[in-house]
Design a protein around this ligand. Structure first.
Ligand SMILES: Cc1ncc(COP(=O)(O)O)c(C=O)c1O
Length: 445
């Protein structure tokens, strides 16, 4: 099936100058802007009608593939019926329905949902909820937060503070105090592991060691991505998350899983918590929650966390926090339709079924020129390249460019080729993605 590309002005370099793009080398982009005018299923479509296979699901978010008719129709219908209603002291039925559905999908015991508009807001909300939870229980001294090296938790000052990518912080002055970071639970001995590295659970004991130095009674929360995503796709060693869970419980510290990428089927289950068998106190999510079609994020909290807020006088606001667009009607409509699509098309199961073929195909790139490591889990993967001497990142950029010219969109990040295709992918898509990377690598110097 070929979708007609909507008519659009020719792009070439005619994109104007006003748009300041996020995370983009503006002057380089301007010289050769990449733009798309439509999308369908596994593909983006350029102004000249050329299709490009989207091996990133947009930006780790279009899990059900682009332009799912049911999601499109739900957004259109919602926009015409109820364009906006605040969630401050009022709401609308779809918000309650979506919260119920998310609570059903979340691990047992995580049953209340606070809505945000992005992953960054979900993370900052979760950090505030964690501190306020301890405050509500009479432990206002628990303000410390612990993140992890290579963690990515969005761009708010909270998420940036607990994040573990130094370059992201460098230009922005003092961040939150009382933040510590655990090491990346990964070393060279784990290179080319398939799925979770078999050893390395002991990295979690660093948390216990840190809590000998930092008074555990001053720590509010530990936040980790169950699988580090943007920082380079690092699945956790077998047993690592279990140990973090046990240490947090021992010290009454809340464990937050940032599932903005791993949520909604990436690991073959609704959440990585379920796929990996470890239940946190709080889950943050976004992206696949609405299939990327309308911005939305959420914080799913345990009953214990929620109940701690409900102990004061009933007329008092329990949480002085929220956003104008929390539970926006269009986002809720998109979210409900997205969950329907996941369920009706069995996409979480499909991801689980495709994962072995995905892993096999990716790891078949081992031995190709410049390949230093390959990591994968679920329908996530990364091919790490050896940097070109004196030009870090150049190889991955060149590889991504060559893939794009061959009709496959992959993401270059430093010396990584990052992959996170829609969960509707079939074996032919896997073959095209891996084939494009292989050809590109063989042509690289
Ligand atoms: C784990 C994680 N947390 C938070 C975020 C931030 O989400 P957003 O870009 O929607 O603010 C991201 C974005 O990639 C993410 O991967």
């Amino acid at each position: 099936m070929t979708a007609a590309a909507p008519s659009a002005r020719p792009f070439a370099n005619d994109v104007g100058d006003a748009f300041w793009l996020p995370f983009t080398a503006m002057r380089q982009f301007r010289a050769n802007p990449m733009t798309f005018v439509a999308a369908e299923g596994m593909d983006y479509i350029a102004a000249d009608g050329r299709r490009v296979l989207d091996a990133m699901a947009g930006l780790w978010c279009v899990n059900a593939g682009h332009a799912q008719p049911r999601i499109v129709a739900a957004i259109q219908e919602a926009a015409a019926r109820l364009d906006f209603v605040s969630s401050f002291r009022m709401s609308h039925p779809a918000a309650f329905a979506l919260a119920e559905r998310l609570a059903q999908l979340a691990p047992e015991g995580l049953d209340h949902v606070f809505f945000t508009n992005s992953g960054s807001e979900a993370v900052d909300s979760a950090l505030k909820i964690a501190r306020a939870y301890h405050h509500a229980r009479g432990e206002a001294g628990r303000t410390g937060l612990i993140g992890r090296a290579k963690g990515y938790h969005g761009m708010g000052f909270g998420g940036l503070s607990v994040g573990g990518i130094g370059r992201h912080k460098r230009d922005f002055g003092p961040l939150l105090p009382d933040v510590a970071h655990l090491r990346l639970p990964y070393d060279g001995s784990m290179a080319f592991s398939r799925g979770q590295p078999a050893h390395g659970a002991g990295y979690a004991d660093e948390l216990e060691a840190l809590l000998q130095v930092v008074d555990p009674a001053t720590v509010a929360a530990v936040i980790v991505e169950p699988v580090i995503g943007s920082g380079g796709v690092y699945p956790p060693p077998v047993g690592y998350l279990e140990r973090l869970r046990a240490i947090c419980s021992r010290h009454s510290i809340l464990l937050v899983f940032d599932e903005v990428i791993t949520g909604f089927g990436r690991l073959g289950r609704a959440f990585a918590a379920e796929a990996l068998g470890v239940t946190p106190d709080i889950i943050t999510c976004a992206k696949g929650m609405t299939n990327g079609a309308v911005p939305m994020g959420g914080v799913i909290v345990s009953r214990q966390v929620f109940d701690a807020f409900m102990a004061g006088p009933p007329e008092a606001i329990e949480l002085f926090h929220g956003y104008t667009y929390s539970a926006h009607p269009l986002a809720c409509a998109a979210g409900l339709a997205t969950l329907d699509v996941y369920e009706e098309q069995g996409l979480f199961q499909r991801a689980a079924a495709m994962a072995p073929a995905w892993e096999e195909a990716l790891h078949d790139l081992r031995g190709e020129p410049h390949v230093a490591d390959i990591r994968s889990i679920g329908i996530l993967g990364v091919v790490e390249l050896t940097p070109r001497p004196g030009a870090a990142g150049a190889r991955a950029t060149a590889c991504a460019q060559a893939c794009h010219e061959a009709g496959v969109l992959v993401r270059a990040s430093g010396d990584l080729i990052v992959l996170s295709p829609p969960l509707i992918l079939a074996e032919e898509h896997v073959a095209r993605i891996v084939g494009a990377i292989r050809t590109a690598l063989r042509a690289l110097d």
